[in-house]
Write a protein that binds this ligand. Structure first.
Ligand SMILES: Nc1ncnc2c1ncn2[C@@H]1O[C@H](COP(=O)(O)OP(=O)(O)OP(=O)(O)O)[C@@H](O)[C@H]1O
Ligand SMILES: [Mg+2]
Length: 356
């Protein structure tokens, strides 16, 4: 049984299934997200979930951009929008200078360039296909010959640290979580993508296995010249993996920039609170009070102005009336906070007392 369509035209194309060449050069972002919104209407009475509520950012060629933020802030929705698994309410995605879905970059071609690895290692594997057939499946759909696809699958299994002779004939349920996640990574690489979106790829794994899979990802990135969008709730993992980090809060960007700058000098009070709420291994350094209390507000009815103001220790009246734009907050660092914007109307408590 071979369920794979064999079309001679696509077969010729797929014989050379290779990454699209670099179009715009190294200075052009690989991916640009512009004015992106995803609202889920829940019916007339219940309102609208503002899952993603106006975000702009670039993913640079060859970098790992980490994405952090509390549960429900829109991280997975952002990745689904980039994967075009859901349609944006508004906004645009540009890949290496080409609008996604345009004549120059049709959806099918784009989809091949961007692949995804999810948290749940079992969900994305077909339980009835052997590991080798599972990794060989998508390239065959794209027209690669069965023998070529299977040879490539064995190569990829080797690359992700699984002996193809041992694991190729097995089925997903015969593997551990860490081994299955290696298979998912091999599958994601099979179409030779340029961008890999990793949505909590190690969150379900034991700590020791987690470290191995992270190191594998680092190695594969260099070997195949990949770019990563790496989503994780674990700030230590993001610190280890990312070149830059994007901090999301209630569907918007709080802060973005170089990981070292942001971890050393977070400019946004939300980033500061997130970093301070990391558990410390050193009992002497345990905090007196929890810097982030309660849950984020409901994305159906987010606070006016700055989304974070209801939990922010620095909030003033102006924060309720002004939506803070992303402004320079340090070298290689931008924050959406009125405190970082001179003349915004936010006054430091010290300058307020001078006025009085
Ligand atoms: N299909 C949908 N219909 C309605 N609301 C949705 C839908 N998908 C997501 N949401 C809502 O959008 C918001 C953002 O969800 P999302 O899954 O993007 O968050 P997340 O940052 O990935 O969270 P987590 O860290 O828990 O994975 C949440 O309030 C969620 O309930
Ligand atoms: Mg998520």
């Amino acid at each position: 049984m071979n369920p794979i369509p064999t079309n001679p035209a696509t077969q010729a194309l797929a014989a050379s299934l290779a990454p699209l060449p670099d179009v715009g050069g190294p200075a052009q972002p690989l991916l640009s997200v512009r004015g992106l919104y995803k609202h889920y209407p829940l019916g007339k009475r219940s309102g609208t979930v503002r899952a993603v509520d106006g975000i702009d950012f670039d993913v640079r060629k060859g970098e790992t951009l980490g994405v952090v933020g509390e549960s429900g802030c829109g991280k997975s929705t952002t990745s689904r929008l980039i994967m075009s698994l859901v349609q944006p309410t508004q906004g645009e995605i540009v890949f290496d200078g080409l609008a996604v879905g345009s004549r120059q970059l049709p959806m099918k071609e784009y989809r091949r360039q961007v692949q995804m690895v999810f948290q749940d290692s079992y969900a994305s594997l077909n339980p009835r296909l052997t590991i080798e057939d599972g990794v060989a499946f998508a390239p065959q759909v794209h027209g690669m010959s069965r023998s070529h696809a299977r040879a490539q699958a064995r190569e990829l299994l080797e690359a992700v640290g699984l002996d193809p002779a041992l694991f190729g004939p097995r089925f997903p349920h015969q593997l551990s979580g860490g081994q299955r996640q290696r298979v998912n990574i091999a599958r994601a690489l099979a179409l030779k993508p340029r961008l890999l979106i990793l949505d909590e790829p190690v969150s379900a794994l034991d700590k020791s296995v987690e470290a191995q899979v992270l190191n594998l990802l680092v190695e594969l990135k260099a070997r195949y010249g990949l770019t990563y969008l790496f989503i994780s709730h674990d700030l230590n993992v993001v610190h280890y993996m990312a070149d830059r980090v994007l901090v999301m809060y209630l569907g918007r960007l709080a802060e973005i920039g170089d990981v070292q700058s942001i971890y050393r000098h977070p400019a946004h009070p939300y980033t500061q609170a997130l970093l301070e709420s990391r558990p410390s291994m050193d009992p002497a350094r345990r905090r007196e009070r929890a810097p982030l209390s309660g849950d984020p507000p409901n994305p159906i009815d987010p606070p006016s102005g700055c989304r974070f103001r209801t939990r922010c220790v620095h909030a003033q009246d102006v924060c309720a009336s002004t939506l803070p734009p992303l402004v320079e907050a340090g070298p290689g660092q931008q924050a959406a906070c009125l405190m970082a914007q001179p003349g915004s109307g936010w006054h430091s408590p010290q300058s307020l007392s001078e006025v009085r």
